[in-house]
Design a protein around this ligand. Sequence first.
Ligand code: CU
Ligand code: ZN
Length: 166
Amino acid sequence: MAKAICILTGNHTAFGVVFFKSDANGCVTVKGEFTGLTPGKHGLHIHSFGDLTNGWISAGPHYNPNNEMHGAPQDEKRHAGDLGNVDVNEDGLAKLEMEIQHFHLTGIHSVIGRTLMIHQNEDDLGRAGNEESLATGNAGVGVAWGVIGICQSNISEKALEEKSNQ
Ligand code: CU
Ligand code: ZN
Protein backbone atom coordinates (compact mmCIF):
# COMPACT_ATOMS: atom_id res chain seq x y z
CA MET A 1 0.00 0.00 0.00
CA ALA A 2 1.22 3.51 -0.79
CA LYS A 3 -0.16 6.98 -0.19
CA ALA A 4 0.40 10.27 -1.94
CA ILE A 5 -0.90 13.81 -1.62
CA CYS A 6 -1.17 16.88 -3.82
CA ILE A 7 -1.96 20.48 -2.87
CA LEU A 8 -3.15 22.43 -5.91
CA THR A 9 -2.91 26.20 -6.27
CA GLY A 10 -2.88 28.50 -9.29
CA ASN A 11 -2.90 32.08 -10.47
CA HIS A 12 -6.36 32.83 -9.13
CA THR A 13 -8.63 31.60 -6.36
CA ALA A 14 -8.66 27.88 -7.10
CA PHE A 15 -7.38 25.53 -4.41
CA GLY A 16 -7.44 21.76 -4.01
CA VAL A 17 -6.26 18.90 -1.83
CA VAL A 18 -6.17 15.40 -3.33
CA PHE A 19 -5.18 12.11 -1.68
CA PHE A 20 -4.14 8.93 -3.47
CA LYS A 21 -4.11 5.50 -1.88
CA SER A 22 -3.25 2.21 -3.55
CA ASP A 23 -4.51 -1.18 -2.40
CA ALA A 24 -2.93 -4.62 -2.74
CA ASN A 25 -4.79 -5.29 -6.04
CA GLY A 26 -3.26 -2.30 -7.80
CA CYS A 27 -6.40 -0.20 -7.59
CA VAL A 28 -5.90 3.44 -6.58
CA THR A 29 -8.47 5.51 -4.71
CA VAL A 30 -8.41 9.23 -5.50
CA LYS A 31 -10.17 11.49 -3.06
CA GLY A 32 -10.16 15.25 -3.10
CA GLU A 33 -11.77 18.61 -2.46
CA PHE A 34 -11.61 21.78 -4.49
CA THR A 35 -12.66 25.36 -3.82
CA GLY A 36 -12.67 28.62 -5.79
CA LEU A 37 -13.53 27.11 -9.17
CA THR A 38 -16.19 28.21 -11.64
CA PRO A 39 -19.36 26.05 -11.60
CA GLY A 40 -19.46 23.17 -14.09
CA LYS A 41 -17.09 20.46 -15.19
CA HIS A 42 -13.32 20.82 -15.18
CA GLY A 43 -10.80 18.38 -16.63
CA LEU A 44 -8.36 16.74 -14.20
CA HIS A 45 -5.12 15.11 -15.31
CA ILE A 46 -1.64 14.14 -14.30
CA HIS A 47 0.91 15.86 -16.48
CA SER A 48 4.35 14.35 -17.18
CA PHE A 49 6.67 16.61 -15.22
CA GLY A 50 6.89 18.13 -11.78
CA ASP A 51 8.47 21.24 -13.32
CA LEU A 52 6.39 24.31 -12.46
CA THR A 53 8.98 26.96 -13.40
CA ASN A 54 6.59 28.29 -16.06
CA GLY A 55 3.38 27.48 -14.19
CA TRP A 56 1.11 24.79 -15.65
CA ILE A 57 2.80 24.97 -19.09
CA SER A 58 6.15 23.52 -17.99
CA ALA A 59 4.38 20.48 -16.49
CA GLY A 60 4.28 19.11 -20.07
CA PRO A 61 1.68 16.85 -21.72
CA HIS A 62 -0.60 14.32 -20.03
CA TYR A 63 1.39 11.54 -18.40
CA ASN A 64 1.36 8.82 -21.05
CA PRO A 65 3.94 6.07 -20.48
CA ASN A 66 2.10 3.60 -22.76
CA ASN A 67 1.85 5.97 -25.74
CA GLU A 68 -1.97 5.88 -25.98
CA MET A 69 -4.55 8.48 -27.04
CA HIS A 70 -6.42 10.67 -24.55
CA GLY A 71 -9.48 9.08 -22.95
CA ALA A 72 -11.70 8.63 -19.90
CA PRO A 73 -10.42 7.19 -16.61
CA GLN A 74 -12.57 4.05 -17.14
CA ASP A 75 -11.09 3.37 -20.58
CA GLU A 76 -8.69 0.50 -20.96
CA LYS A 77 -6.69 2.59 -23.45
CA ARG A 78 -6.02 6.13 -22.31
CA HIS A 79 -3.24 8.31 -21.00
CA ALA A 80 -2.33 6.96 -17.56
CA GLY A 81 -2.83 10.53 -16.30
CA ASP A 82 -6.45 10.91 -17.51
CA LEU A 83 -8.70 11.42 -14.49
CA GLY A 84 -11.84 12.73 -16.23
CA ASN A 85 -13.74 15.68 -14.82
CA VAL A 86 -14.43 17.29 -11.49
CA ASP A 87 -18.02 18.49 -11.03
CA VAL A 88 -18.09 21.94 -9.42
CA ASN A 89 -21.27 23.23 -7.77
CA GLU A 90 -22.77 26.75 -7.74
CA ASP A 91 -20.59 27.70 -4.76
CA GLY A 92 -17.39 26.79 -6.59
CA LEU A 93 -16.88 23.65 -4.49
CA ALA A 94 -16.26 20.10 -5.65
CA LYS A 95 -15.68 16.76 -4.02
CA LEU A 96 -14.02 13.98 -5.91
CA GLU A 97 -13.91 10.29 -5.13
CA MET A 98 -12.94 7.67 -7.67
CA GLU A 99 -11.20 4.33 -8.01
CA ILE A 100 -8.95 3.75 -10.97
CA GLN A 101 -6.92 0.93 -12.48
CA HIS A 102 -3.66 1.18 -14.44
CA PHE A 103 -2.46 3.97 -12.20
CA HIS A 104 0.55 3.64 -9.90
CA LEU A 105 2.08 5.23 -6.84
CA THR A 106 5.18 3.01 -6.95
CA GLY A 107 7.37 1.41 -9.64
CA ILE A 108 8.50 2.70 -13.02
CA HIS A 109 5.09 4.18 -13.87
CA SER A 110 4.68 5.96 -10.56
CA VAL A 111 2.92 9.33 -10.76
CA ILE A 112 4.84 10.70 -7.77
CA GLY A 113 6.92 13.73 -8.76
CA ARG A 114 4.50 14.60 -11.58
CA THR A 115 1.91 17.39 -11.67
CA LEU A 116 -1.80 17.05 -10.95
CA MET A 117 -3.76 19.76 -12.75
CA ILE A 118 -7.32 20.99 -12.92
CA HIS A 119 -8.36 22.90 -16.05
CA GLN A 120 -10.64 25.74 -17.01
CA ASN A 121 -12.84 23.68 -19.35
CA GLU A 122 -14.62 20.35 -19.39
CA ASP A 123 -12.60 17.38 -20.61
CA ASP A 124 -14.41 15.79 -23.60
CA LEU A 125 -12.68 12.46 -22.75
CA GLY A 126 -11.37 12.03 -26.28
CA ARG A 127 -14.90 11.79 -27.75
CA ALA A 128 -15.16 15.12 -29.60
CA GLY A 129 -13.85 13.80 -32.93
CA ASN A 130 -10.99 16.26 -33.37
CA GLU A 131 -7.25 16.07 -32.98
CA GLU A 132 -7.08 18.13 -29.79
CA SER A 133 -9.68 15.86 -28.18
CA LEU A 134 -7.32 12.90 -28.57
CA ALA A 135 -4.44 14.89 -27.05
CA THR A 136 -5.90 17.01 -24.25
CA GLY A 137 -9.68 16.55 -24.23
CA ASN A 138 -9.95 20.28 -25.09
CA ALA A 139 -9.72 21.09 -21.39
CA GLY A 140 -8.01 24.44 -21.97
CA VAL A 141 -5.58 26.23 -19.68
CA GLY A 142 -4.63 25.03 -16.21
CA VAL A 143 -6.31 26.80 -13.29
CA ALA A 144 -4.68 24.99 -10.34
CA TRP A 145 -1.83 22.53 -10.13
CA GLY A 146 0.64 20.91 -7.76
CA VAL A 147 3.31 18.22 -7.66
CA ILE A 148 2.22 14.86 -6.24
CA GLY A 149 4.24 14.00 -3.15
CA ILE A 150 4.89 10.96 -1.02
CA CYS A 151 2.69 10.80 2.03
CA GLN A 152 3.47 9.21 5.39
CA SER A 153 1.89 5.78 4.91
CA ASN A 154 0.42 5.34 8.39
CA ILE A 155 -1.17 8.77 8.63
CA SER A 156 -4.95 8.88 8.32
CA GLU A 157 -6.71 11.01 5.70
CA LYS A 158 -8.57 12.75 8.48
CA ALA A 159 -5.33 13.86 10.16
CA LEU A 160 -4.04 15.10 6.82
CA GLU A 161 -7.22 17.03 6.11
CA GLU A 162 -6.91 18.68 9.49
CA LYS A 163 -3.31 19.61 8.73
CA SER A 164 -4.19 21.08 5.35
CA ASN A 165 -6.96 23.15 6.91
CA GLN A 166 -4.65 24.78 9.46
CU1 CU B 1 -4.36 18.53 -17.87
ZN1 ZN C 1 -4.98 12.70 -21.58
